[in-house]
Design a protein around this ligand. Structure first.
Ligand code: PMP
Length: 413
């Protein structure tokens, strides 16, 4: 039996999350679907409410007081993201709708400018569809080749095989720092080193990493880093693309419209400086301010404390689930974040999810937008419990009991 220890006062922290204090089908809610989206602390909800009740105005264009307040709060949030990622400059932070848009932005700008027929883009076998399809679309358009670095049976990247794929034709490497389906933490630093030795830039999909690990884009030395607000306890509809300034400056705009221009005539438009060149139109101002509040909130707890607590939860939950006969965990990498994906003999994941829901337990079932991962493990789907710092050891006991209930109902071994 594992000794339970945590640097966090989780009961105190849970008071900050109003949504957690409810019953579902008569049972206390156990929210274990954090990889899909995480819940929001009061500080985030209040920051959004404050914007709409006191400061609401469009940004960058007004001289009046409300517009100045909105612009200040929006740019302050950008500065918070910069410090959070340890980016060198605020202009390296582009505000987008989420990880998906960030990756598409790079594919449609960097990709379209630099990738030609016969060139190659390398991804890994554990990517989310968001980090597959934009590259596939680009490669189809350019008649380029998408290369996939394989993983082993534990769900770990085969780094030597990855290195073998790097060639004079490689134009970009794009990989997740943490897999949403398996929990694997990729050795991003080593990947960047290997790629840079050949002059190849690296995009990191940080959707599942930024909420759970201390991220430092300067230490990683990655060229692009993407993450989503809603997975880091912030609102939906906002996200971040970090890009090294020198690289962003060389890229053409992504979309045309207001704010991304310097001058417009019918003959010619000149573009704004970075990051505004990539931020056409009115953004989700309240969402960005909410994201800033979320970053303040997690930094108040400490990313190191968050990672340590979630690691304890992962060990505890893994041990509890491994004791269940007929249950197999998919994704057993040495370096893992708080994701426990599993299959259960004789029971379809959707049935598991439905029974668990009746017990008040929210998990996700399906392919987790990572169908090639399911194919790699020759399974159609998994049930996935994904953890956050507000989860408790008792909730993982409830999950194990809930799976016992599934087995009673379906008569599985
Ligand atoms: N990459 C990974 C690893 C993810 O887990 C997700 C979301 N499940 C995404 C990308 C896409 O994020 P979003 O839907 O917020 O754009």
């Amino acid at each position: 039996m594992i000794t339970v220890s945590s640097p966090l006062d989780v009961n105190r922290i849970r008071e900050d999350f109003p949504i957690l204090h409810q019953r579902i089908h008569g049972k206390p809610l156990v929210y274990l679907d954090n990889a899909a989206t995480s819940q929001k602390p009061k500080a985030v909800i209040e920051a959004i409410q404050h914007f709409y009740t006191s400061d609401c105005s469009n940004i960058h264009r007004g001289v009046h007081e409300l517009s100045e307040r909105s612009t200040y709060a929006y740019e302050e949030a950008r500065a918070k993201v910069q410090r959070f990622l340890n980016a060198r400059e605020a202009r390296e932070i582009v505000i987008v709708r989420g990880t998906t848009e960030a990756i598409n932005l790079v594919a449609q700008t960097y990709g379209r400018q630099r990738v030609e027929a016969g060139d190659e883009v390398i991804i890994t076998a554990l990517e989310h569809h968001s980090n597959i399809v934009p590259w596939q679309m680009l490669c189809e358009e350019k008649r380029a080749v998408l290369r996939v670095a394989p993983i082993n049976d534990r769900g770990e990247l085969l780094i030597e095989e990855f290195e073998r794929l790097l060639s004079a034709r490689t134009r970009l490497v794009a990989l997740a720092q943490v897999s949403n389906a398996l929990g694997t933490v990729n050795p991003v630093g080593r990947v960047v080193e290997m790629a840079h030795r050949r002059g190849v830039p690296v995009l990191v999909d940080g959707a599942q990493a930024a909420p759970h690990l201390q991220v430092d884009v300067r230490t990683l030395d990655c060229d692009f880093y993407a993450f989503s607000g809603h997975k880091i306890y912030g609102p939906t509809g906002v996200g971040v693309l970090y890009g090294k300034a020198a690289l962003l400056e060389q890229l053409d705009p992504y979309q045309g419209g207001g704010d991304m221009i310097r001058t417009v005539t019918f003959e010619k438009t000149t573009y704004n400086t970075i990051p505004y060149k990539f931020e056409a139109g009115t953004p989700d101002i309240a969402g960005v301010i909410g994201l800033g509040a979320a970053i303040d909130y997690v930094q108040g707890i400490g990313m190191g404390n968050i990672a340590a607590h979630e690691h304890e939860l992962l060990l505890y939950g893994t041990e509890a689930l491994e004791r269940i006969p007929g249950l197999r965990i998919i994704g057993t990498a040495q370096e893992k974040a708080g994701v426990i994906s599993f299959v259960l003999d004789g029971v379809h994941p959707h049935d598991i999810g439905t029974v668990l829901d009746q017990e008040g337990i929210a998990v996700r079932t399906g392919h987790h937008c990572a169908q090639p991962v399911m194919d790699r493990f020759a399974i159609p789907a998994t049930t996935r419990a994904s953890l956050a710092f507000y989860n408790t050891f008792e909730e993982l006991d409830a999950l194990a009991r809930g799976i016992g209930r599934v087995q009673e109902i379906f008569g599985a071994c």
